[in-house]
Design a protein around this ligand. Sequence first.
Ligand SMILES: Nc1ncnc2c1ncn2[C@@H]1O[C@H](COP(=O)(O)OP(=O)(O)O)[C@@H](O)[C@H]1O
Ligand SMILES: [Mg+2]
Length: 254
Amino acid sequence: MQLRQTRGELLVKQEELGAALQAAHTAGRAKSEFRANMSHELRTPLNAVIGYSEMLLEDEPKPELRYIESSGYHLLELITTILDFSKADAGKLQVTMKPVAADLIVGDVSATIAPLAAKGGNRLKVRNALASATVQVDPLRFKQSLLNLLSNACKFTDYGTVTIDVHRGERRGAPAVAWQVKDTGPGIAAEDLRRLFKPFSQVGEPSTQQIGGTGLGLALSAELCRLMGGEIAVESEVGAGSTFTIWLPESPES
Ligand SMILES: Nc1ncnc2c1ncn2[C@@H]1O[C@H](COP(=O)(O)OP(=O)(O)O)[C@@H](O)[C@H]1O
Ligand SMILES: [Mg+2]
């Protein structure tokens, strides 16, 4: 009697679980759809704002128009980071690895970051010991991660030096390639280092938060590097600058 009752209860529970699972799937799909729609809905008008401000700037290089343009780009970057992060958080972000010349990546990211470095009065130095070698990465996602580190280095450093240093090394006992971004900026306190890679974490002086950002850059970059089989390490000392290193396993052809 009791067994039959328990069996009955179990069947009900099973049904409930099935329904809950179904609901979870539906909710997951709704979330993905929402993300895709938001991405489109937010970017379309913003691209129009940027596009028209650029058109107007051609006729009339007014500072106000430049401000609209740069704010537009800034907002676009924030939206992209937030959407990418929510995609990564849902396990929906994928990487496609292919062989790319290390030189090409270094050239691309340093050209992209040069204006931001100059804006803070920083010197940009490049050391690439991997000239003419090939690495296995998802080119877009890898450059995005490197640019995140570089933009942080430029953002938090004034009248200093930001260095990109690429070399071979060893990580966890295996041959690896180190993509280092060093700065001579304010550095990060030991107790804050652990929190850096947590989503929405901004550390240090309140002034750091005033610089702007989402606190998602490092969390997203760390996830992207993990998806590419690597990781990000950080070394820093207050007053002595910071070094962020993307370690990627050495690929056979590199
Ligand atoms: N190179 C750096 N020098 C000093 N602080 C840094 C540096 N890079 C990151 N940080 C600290 O880590 C926080 C998180 O960085 P990030 O995830 O890129 O977010 P965001 O740049 O949007 O603030 C920053 O707000 C800052 O407090
Ligand atoms: Mg950042």
